[in-house]
Every structure is written in structure tokens, then in C-alpha cells.
Design a protein around this ligand. Structure first.
Ligand code: ADP
Length: 680
């Protein structure tokens, strides 16, 4: 990666800006190819869903496309060299294009600004032009307001897109950091920075750990135990090496009960990205258990054999999701995303084609090496397209795109509901209540595969989705250059810019001031004001602090649809109990005394369940979880182990109910008991 940054070339509008020497050596950092590397070109349900049906689809028009590195940004990605931190180029679009309405975008062959509102390449605002015509009083007020300050010194590969966003917003960038605190800290990789005591950071503590393949699979499985139908959007998975015997036994059982079942499985190393180390198998006995699995745990998953194909090719979707706040939970989804295509026509997996990486894996970082990879501006033919171009296509074939979107929104909300309990444990550990610290938000990359019947399936969640807006092109063997990728820029700059707009600290201050003013207004007047504001599009509002900016590309889905999903948030409440009994601030694990106190305070021990049994339960579960856990830094019971113990207690107390009702009943009972103690 370091070499890639050092050998960066830019070509903007035909003129090439060479910032460093060409990389002449072949790529050293190319991921190993567990599947074949033949050059393809040269031969080579539940309640929630029903309630969501009414939601509108993205509707964003397809835009031009061109490929870019789409994988997760691995830790340690290099920052851009200093001269680029200052770099700016004039915008190349007439101001009129910026306000292009959605329909106009569509008429122009689906290029340009979409309803998600990227102002287009012209409105990149590379430092020279104002984002809009700030007229009259508003302009004067805006000019007087102190500008929002952003520390971009750790933005790494998202720096270029961040810079463009900041220029569009006219915010102040501190590319080398600042001695005074900034309003926002933009980190390219992870939350960790011990010197931030205020403001906002674009990463949550613990997110990287939470979305690793094993941790995500465990968190989803807990939800699948409680709500199997609601969480059937994640392929059946087993964790290796510890669940290998279970994997073998379950597959044998399923094959016995249905001899026509001829499954394929995909083995994915934990913590891997860009398709690194992934391979397909037909039988559990094909797992390479020796060496690598022992030292590098993995997830083995049922392979989705019948994906939706476009142009006979398999593709997946990268959607950007903003987790704006954990408490209260606030989630936004970008109205457009990217579709990444395989480069070899798809065939259902057979022993003959199992190893064909360009047929089965949609990773950009792999397919870019195929001779069939198409760098194209044409939204219908390239190997990377906007998701909205796929939706247009599906819609023209009569597919129910509205339902597809509501299913995707539901998948995103449910996945985040699965992640939040543990995230809250990390959060209180890194930023204990009462200690000065920043608040957090984070852009996540959801990788989704559509099945033939249009059912979306979650493949994985990326804590650091690539925000690069250029892609590498191999000019001749071993010689690479970076060229701008319009489709990446359209989608990613809009996501970053609108994330910033949503977390704008000054907007919050203005809101607070407005609230104080409104306190003097009669209730009736207040309602009128609110109704008016809700109907006015953000960019058109005369009082909008962001005149000239397009409407937000991020759409709130939570708490907007909270009512349909709140019943799923049981583990969140279990986590609240866990955190309450953690006792020592800054820890993530519950000690034996904390567990005993929990049992005693909640009056869960009785003649049938002695304190000695409590200790045995604690020791059994804790030992098992610690033996398979990744985090050995702290001893004690982790949240997942506590959840397992909690489920045991719920089953003991409410025998005949389904698991989720047992758990819900125990939670209600315990909160009732604890509220009584609180009053005593
Ligand atoms: P990585 O983080 O290494 O990219 P992924 O989980 O995203 O790992 O898997 C890589 C690719 O493999 C995906 O983009 C997708 O094309 C394919 N893939 C992953 N899981 C499945 C699955 N269960 N069924 C079908 N294809 C899958």
C-alpha cells in the first residue's frame, strides 16, 4: 500500500499530474490467490418486512462508472504525501449543473447529479468556488459563523474525498492536526487516539473488532437463535476450528434428511479482506484444517449458489450506511451504492469450476486482474456500476424494486441491531460516562448479494469501506497509474459530505438556539413552523444553512422505522444489565463477584439454583468463551458469554415459551426488580 501511494499518478481532465515516480516493480501487495488466477479474458420475514413495504426505493439514476479499490481499507493504509494535502484544482462544471434536478439527471442518459445529490464532478469544489450563492441575510449570517473545523491528519486513503467534501461545505481543514481541539476528527482506520477529549470522531471504538467475520457471525447467530425468520438474510455459518465437528455433524444430518441436497461452502479467514484466502468446497472433508486454520481461524458458510445475474455475471452491492449515534440509535442509508461484477460468466459451482475466482468472487481487487475487467463510463457495461443502474435495469424488467429496497433497509437495521449490544460495551469502556471524550459516528460498508429471487443476503460489513475515488490502471506489465473514477467520486463524496452535514456541530447549536427561541412561541405556532420545515427540501429552505447544496443522499431509517424493529432489541437490554454490573469503569468483562451481585440483586438464586450452581455456571461459560475468544487481554465473562448465561437462566425460569419470549420475560422481570431496588 505504501508503494501504491508513493507511485501515485493523477490524470484530471486529460492533463496528467505526476506526483511521484512510476512503480516499475510488479505489485508486491497482491493478495495470494487461493483460487485460480487464470486470466479470464485471455481464456483465463417477519413483521418488520410487512410494515416496511411502503418505503420508497433509492430511485437514484444510474451514473457513469469506473472501477476503484472497493475492498476494506486494511489498517496501516498510508496517508497521502503532504504536498497532496494542500493540493487543489479548480472546479470544471458550470454552477447550473450543481442544482440539476433528479429527472434531468435521468434524461441525460442517467449521468450527472442524482437525487442522492452529488453535485457531480463539477461541484467537487476543488477549493475555488463557493458551494452556492449565499444571498442576503443568510449569507451574512453564514459568513459570521465560525467555520466547522476538521482534523484530517489521519484520514489516510479517504483524504481526497474528504477534501472535496470539506471544500463543498466551506469547512476548515487541518491537514496536519491542530493544537486546539477540532470539531471533527476524521480517521482513516480506527477510533484509537488517546488525545481526543471533545468533538466527534468518525469511528466507534470496537467497530473493527465487531465486524470481523467471526464476531459478526456470532452476533448474527445470537439473533438467529432468538428470531430465526427475521435473521435468515445471513448464510448459515460455522466458526473454525472450534465448530468443525458441529459443521461435519450438521451437514451430514442435512444430507441424510435430503439426499438431493448438494451444497457448496465458502471458507473465509477471519479478519481477511479483498477475497484473501477464500476458497470453495463441496464437502467438510475438503477443509484445509492443517496449519492455516489452526493459526488463522475462519468462518465456513453456505455458498449462495443461485445469485441474481446481470449480463450472465455475478455481482454484489456495496451500500454505505451511517451509524450516526448508538444511544439513541440513529441509522442512515445512502440512496445509491456500487455494484461490483465478476468477470467470468457465472455457472453454478461444480468440482470443475470451484477454483475460478473470477466467476465466484465479486471482489474488485481480484477481478481487476482479469483480462475481462471493463473500465467503463457506460453504466450498463462496466465491471463497476452504480447500484441505481442495476435498479433501473431490474425495474424495466418488471421487478418489484420497492420491495427490494425495503428488504435491504430491513437487513441493514437488523444487522446493526445485532451489533449494537457489544458496541455499547466497547463504548463505555473507551469513553466511560462522565469522562471527557468525543462522541462517535461511522460510515459502514455493507456487502450484499442478491439471490435470483431478489432476496438480499448479507455477506459482510466493512468498518473501513474504501473511500478512494481513483483507481489503479496497469499501463504495461508492472506499471501502474492512478486515474480518477467518476462513479466512485459521485457516490463516495456525497456520502462523506452528507455524513458531515448530518453531524454538523453548528447545526446542533443552531437547533438548540432555535429551541430556546421557540420556547416563547405558542404551541400552535410551533407546530406550524415544524410542519413547514418538514415539507421544505433542505436545499431550498430560505433558512437553510447550506444553500446550494443538494438534498441529502443519506436517508434516515432509524428511528424512522423504530416501531417495526424495536421488538428485536432484546440483547441490547441484556447488554444494559451487563454494563450495569460491570462495576469497574473501563472494563469489558464481568468478574465472578459482579456476576454473583447480578444474580443476588435480581433475586435469581433460590433453593433450586444455589449460589454454588451460579458459580459453576459462571466458570463453565466463561472458560469456554475465553478459550475461543480473540481478546485474551482481560479475564472474566464477555458480553456474549453473559448473553448465553442469561438465555440459560431465562430457559430455567420460563420453560414452555419460545426462546425470545423467555428472554423478554426475564428482562421485564429483572428491570422490574431493579427498579424496585432503585426506589428503596
Ligand atoms: P472479503 O472480506 O475477503 O471480501 P467476503 O465475505 O466479502 O470476504 O467474500 C468475498 C466474496 O466472496 C464476496 O464479495 C462474494 O462475491 C463471495 N461470497 C462471500 N460469501 C458468499 C456466500 N455465502 N455465497 C456466495 N458468495 C459469497
Amino acid at each position: 500500500m505504501a508503494e501504491a501511494a508513493a507511485a501515485r499518478h493523477y490524470r484530471r481532465g486529460g492533463a496528467r499530474r505526476v506526483t511521484a515516480s512510476r512503480r516499475l516493480a510488479p505489485r508486491a501487495a497482491r493478495p495470494p490467490a487461493p483460487l485460480s488466477w487464470q486470466r479470464a479474458g485471455s481464456g483465463g420475514g417477519g413483521r418488520a418486512e410487512a410494515a416496511l413495504r411502503g418505503m420508497e426505493p433509492a430511485g437514484a439514476p444510474p451514473q457513469g462508472c469506473g472501477p476503484a479499490r472497493e475492498a476494506e481499507e486494511p489498517p496501516g493504509s498510508p496517508a497521502l504525501p503532504p504536498e497532496e494535502l494542500q493540493g487543489g484544482q479548480p472546479a470544471r462544471q458550470s454552477p447550473g449543473e450543481e442544482a440539476l434536478p433528479a429527472a434531468a439527471g435521468r434524461e441525460r442518459g442517467c449521468r450527472g447529479a442524482g437525487p442522492q445529490g452529488p453535485p457531480g464532478r463539477a461541484a467537487r469544489g476543488r477549493g475555488r468556488r463557493a458551494p452556492g450563492r449565499r444571498g442576503g441575510e443568510e449569507g451574512v449570517r453564514a459568513a459570521r459563523r465560525p467555520r466547522v473545523t476538521v482534523d484530517s491528519s489521519k484520514a489516510k486513503t479517504s483524504l481526497e474525498a474528504l477534501k472535496i467534501s470539506l471544500r463543498q461545505l466551506r469547512w476548515r481543514e487541518f491537514p496536519f492536526g491542530r493544537r486546539l481541539p477540532c470539531d471533527i476528527y476524521w480517521h482513516g482506520v480506527s477510533f484509537h487516539d488517546n488525545n481526543i477529549f471533545s468533538g466527534q470522531v468518525n469511528k466507534f471504538p470496537g467497530m473493527t473488532e465487531m465486524v470481523r467475520k467471526i464476531t459478526l457471525s456470532r452476533a448474527v447467530r445470537t439473533m438467529q437463535d432468538l428470531f430465526p425468520l427475521e435473521y435468515n438474510f445471513y448464510p448459515r455459518s460455522w466458526i473454525l476450528p472450534e465448530e468443525f465437528p458441529l459443521f461435519v455433524a450438521e451437514v451430514r444430518m442435512m444430507k441424510d434428511s435430503d439426499p438431493s441436497w448438494k451444497p457448496t461452502f465458502i471458507v473465509k479467514p477471519d479478519g481477511g479482506c479483498q477475497g484473501d484466502g477464500i476458497y470453495l468446497i463441496k464437502d467438510p472433508s475438503d477443509i484445509r484444517l492443517t496449519g492455516s486454520i489452526q493459526s488463522r481461524p475462519a468462518v465456513v458458510q453456505e455458498y449462495i449458489c443461485k445469485p441474481l445475474l446481470v449480463d450472465k455475471l455475478k455481482f454484489d452491492i456495496r451500500l454505505y450506511v451511517l451509524l450516526k449515534s448508538l444511544e439513541p440509535l440513529e441509522i442512515y442509508i445512502a440512496k445509491d451504492g456500487l455494484s461490483r461484477f465478476c468477470t467470468e460468466p457465472y455457472q453454478e459451482p461444480s468440482l470443475k469450476n470451484l477454483h475460478q475466482v473470477f466467476m465466484h468472487l465479486t471482489n474488485y481487487s481480484l477481478n481487476i486482474h482479469s483480462g475481462n475487467f471493463i473500465h467503463s463510463d457506460n453504466v450498463n457495461t462496466g465491471s463497476k456500476r452504480t447500484f441505481s443502474s442495476i435498479l433501473c435495469r431490474l425495474s424495466s424488467r418488471g421487478a418489484d424494486v420497492k420491495k427490494l429496497w425495503s428488504d435491504i433497509i430491513s437487513l441493514v437495521i437488523k444487522t446493526i441491531i445485532a451489533l449494537t449490544p457489544e458496541l455499547k460495551v466497547y463504548y463505555q469502556s473507551d469513553i466511560p460516562a462522565g469522562k471527557p471524550g468525543p462522541t462517535c459516528f461511522q460510515i459502514l460498508g455493507f456487502d450484499i448479494l442478491l439471490m435470483k429471487n431478489l432476496k438480499p443476503m448479507l455477506l459482510e460489513v466493512n468498518a473501513n469501506p474504501s473511500m478512494r475515488i481513483e483507481h489503479e490502471q496497469e499501463l504495461s506489465p508492472g506499471v501502474f497509474e492512478n486515474v480518477p473514477s467518476p462513479v466512485d467520486e459521485e457516490v463516495k463524496v456525497a456520502v462523506i459530505r452528507d455524513t458531515l452535514r448530518l453531524v454538523d456541530p453548528q447545526k446542533k447549536k443552531r437547533k438548540d438556539t432555535q429551541c430556546q427561541t421557540l420556547e416563547h412561541v405558542s404551541e400552535a405556532n410551533e407546530e406550524l413552523l415544524d410542519a413547514g420545515a418538514a415539507e421544505r427540501p433542505e436545499s431550498d429552505s430560505p433558512r437553510s444553512p447550506e444553500p446550494g447544496l443538494p438534498s441529502l443522499c443519506l436517508k434516515q431509517v432509524f428511528p424512522k422505522y423504530a416501531k417495526q424493529f424495536n421488538y428485536l432489541r432484546l440483547v441490547d437490554r441484556v447488554a444494559a444489565l451487563f454494563i450495569r454490573f460491570l462495576g469497574v469503569k473501563g472494563t469489558t468483562k464481568l468478574g465472578p463477584t459482579g456476576f454473583r451481585t447480578f444474580i443476588r440483586n435480581c433475586k435469581l438464586s433460590n433453593s433450586n439454583f444455589s449460589m454454588a450452581s451460579v458459580d459453576i455456571l459462571y466458570i463453565d461459560i466463561t472458560r469456554r468463551w475465553n478459550s475461543m475468544g480473540i481478546d485474551h487481554k482481560e479475564s472474566g465473562m464477555c458480553l456474549q458469554a453473559f448473553v448465553e448465561a442469561f438465555f440459560c437462566l431465562a430457559q430455567k425460569k420460563y420453560k414452555s415459551l419460545p426462546l425470545h419470549e423467555q428472554v423478554a420475560s426475564l428482562i421485564d422481570f429483572l428491570f422490574f426488580i431493579l427498579s424496585k431496588i432503585g426506589k428503596e
